[in-house]
Design a protein around this ligand. Structure first.
Ligand SMILES: [Zn+2]
Length: 118
């Protein structure tokens, strides 16, 4: 998903991968520009290699929660008047969210190792 202009916070989703730990299938060309369309296409779709689901309802629920969190953080960012924003306020911070089909999500900041798990 390309970074949206003028959006301070954004959700970037890349590709689809099989949740079976013994399977290495992934398709990083899958686009998430239209999240609902991609969910509709891949929810319960069997992996072409092992037959396991490529996208589970549990992971979709987690993705929607992450999207809500990002929307809220964007709203909060907009409430801070420009004159009050400290230097470096627009620094880009990337957080990777790894999903495994269970709905659990591992969060990792790009410049750090694992920062959290739920
Ligand atoms: Zn597979």
């Amino acid at each position: 998903m390309p970074k949206q202009q003028n959006e301070l916070n954004h959700l970037h989703v890349e590709g689809v991968k099989c949740d079976n730990p013994d399977c290495d299938y992934e398709d990083m060309s899958v686009e998430w520009d239209d999240m609902e369309l991609t969910i509709k296409t891949y929810l319960h779709k069997p992996c072409p290699k092992c037959g396991e689901s490529l996208l589970t309802p549990e992971d979709v629920k987690t993705m929607r929660s992450l999207a809500t969190l990002i929307d809220v953080s964007t709203e909060i960012s907009k409430m801070i008047p420009e004159s009050m924003r400290p230097e470096g306020w627009d620094k880009e911070i990337t957080i990777h969210a790894d999903l495994d089909g269970s709905g659990n999500c591992k969060l990792r900041r790009e410049d750090e190792h694992e920062t959290g798990q739920n």
